[in-house]
Design a protein around this ligand. Sequence first.
Ligand code: DQA
Length: 142
Amino acid sequence: MKKIQIINGPNLNLLGKREPSVYGNASFESYLEELCKRYPQCEIHYYQSNVEGEMINKIHEVGFEFDGIVLNAGAYTHTSIALHDAIKAIETPVVEVHISNVHTREPFRHVSMISAACKGVILGFGMESYRLALESFVCTDK
Ligand code: DQA
């Protein structure tokens, strides 16, 4: 059974309420329920924090034990060298995820501080971006 940690960063606790035209109407909790049903072969853990250091602590906690991390770092994507370093410091591969296609949005969202430290990046597929990232861990060995 593969152990996958999903980590959502700042403001993603408001999915379903926050800018629905960009992020959709579903809460992450309802989407997570669907994901767990669809991937019974995975043990899916979920963590959300609005605090950069808490996200780093979670990455350290699971990063030598889990098979994969699906990370939507929210706006910290565009600013956080500390998250980049945390991803580099661990053994577990990390897939960066975004709900929106950040490259069609404001220029400050076109830069990611974390992509270079990640195994891959999936963006622009709405909530399905999370499933595609999960699928990448299911269909590959490492
Ligand atoms: C986001 C894109 C970021 O630019 C933004 O700050 C978010 C959400 C996305 O999932 O599309 O909070 O990561």
